[in-house]
Structure formats: structure tokens, C-alpha cells
Design a protein around this ligand. Sequence first.
Ligand code: PLP
Length: 235
Amino acid sequence: MPDLTAQIAENLAEMHGRITDAAARSGRNAKQIMLVGVTKYVGPTEVRALVAAGCTELGESRPQQLWEKAEALEDLHVRWHMIGHLQRNKVRRTVPLIEMIHSVDSVRLARAVDSAAGELSRRVPVLLEVNVSGESAKHGLEPDAVEPLLEELAECGNIEVRGLMCMAGLQSGLAGAGADFAKLRQLRDRLHENCPEGITLDELSMGMSGDFEAAIEEGATIVRVGTALFHGVLR
Ligand SMILES: *Cc1c(COP(=O)(O)O)cnc(C)c1O
């Protein structure tokens, strides 16, 4: 095996360079873009190398794997992001472990998170996942369903709605991804105009290994990258 630590540090440095370049191309500051390292393909050893290299915002798409990693890496100072589908019966175990949930896609889920956060006397930042591509296999709210939901979520005192999240459709390549990201940004811009009190929509969580540069050019404030960070160490 190549030196795993060195390889992952090199991958992370390259990723920061690409984020900086993409930000510069669209007249943005790379400091406004958070990199969430998605750890679902690797075990604790690789995650430790990533954290040692300086990536301390980590994401998992399956609750069970998030629980296991958070436990195995309890000694590290990292912040976990729940980025995938969250079932309501997994909320109470997940909320104490996470910094942010990117994938709220129903009022019932939001209320479950609100109640679990209340039990911990904390306010949990959440993003609303939107199905901008219209592909039926994707989770997320229909774009038109977001505005009515905001009114209901404004009443949940223990969650802070901070923005929107999406995944690009698989069908139409990089150009299609750019169009999906533009849709999410336009939806956010439209909703910004009369947001209920207590809700801010400053964050756009969009972009993965294959399309994060397009996402940054469309205004992503958070990119979620897995594969590219573990290049050369995935079997
Ligand atoms: C796996 C995953 C990512 C990262 O994908 P890569 O292509 O490996 O960078 C980002 N977001 C979500 C929701 C994921 O499930």
C-alpha cells in the first residue's frame, strides 16, 4: 500500500487548490466554501489520515455508518454532517452526534429533529433537500413544496433552517449538473425575498467529486466530496 497518510494529504491539498481556483473563476472567496469530506467509502484509518491532514468537517450518508464512525473516532475533534436520507426512527440517535443535517425533506422529519434537539436543549442547523433534477429515484422535496414548508418550519424552535441542498441528476452530465445547481440557487434567491422570521437561506450544499467546480460557480457554500479525497487509497 502506498503511504496512505501522504496520499490523502496530497489529495486534500489538491482539492483545496481546485476549490480556490473554481472560486476565483466566479469571483468568490474560497473561504466562503466549506469542504465536507465524505467518509462513506473508507474505514477509521483513512478518516484519521484525512483529519490529520486538516479536514475536520466530515459527512456520512447513512445514519448507521455515521453512528459507527462517530464512535470509533470519538477522540477526534471533528464535526459530523448527516448528508443522506434520515429515517425518523433514527433521528434521536443521530442528532446528538451531528453538527448539521443536510437532508431534511419532510415536515415530519423536521418535527422529529426539532423534538430530539429540544431534548438536548440545542438548536440544530438543517438544510432542506430539494429534488431539482426531477429524477424519481432522488430523495428531496419538489421545488414547489419548499415555500409552504418554510412557514411550518418557522414554528420549530429547535431547528435552524440555514439553506438548501441538492444532488445533480445522473442523466445529463456536467452541463445538466450545472443547470440543476443553478435551479437550486434561483429557488433560494426567490425564497430569500420573503423568508419567515428565524429562517435564513444562506447555505447551498451542492457539488460532489465529479461536479463540485460547477457547483461553486453556481454559488455552492458547502461541497460534499468523497471519492476524490481517497484517490489512490480505495481498493
Ligand atoms: C456519497 C455522497 C457524496 C460524495 O460523493 P463523491 O462522488 O464520492 O464525492 C456527496 N453527497 C452525498 C449525499 C453522498 O451520498
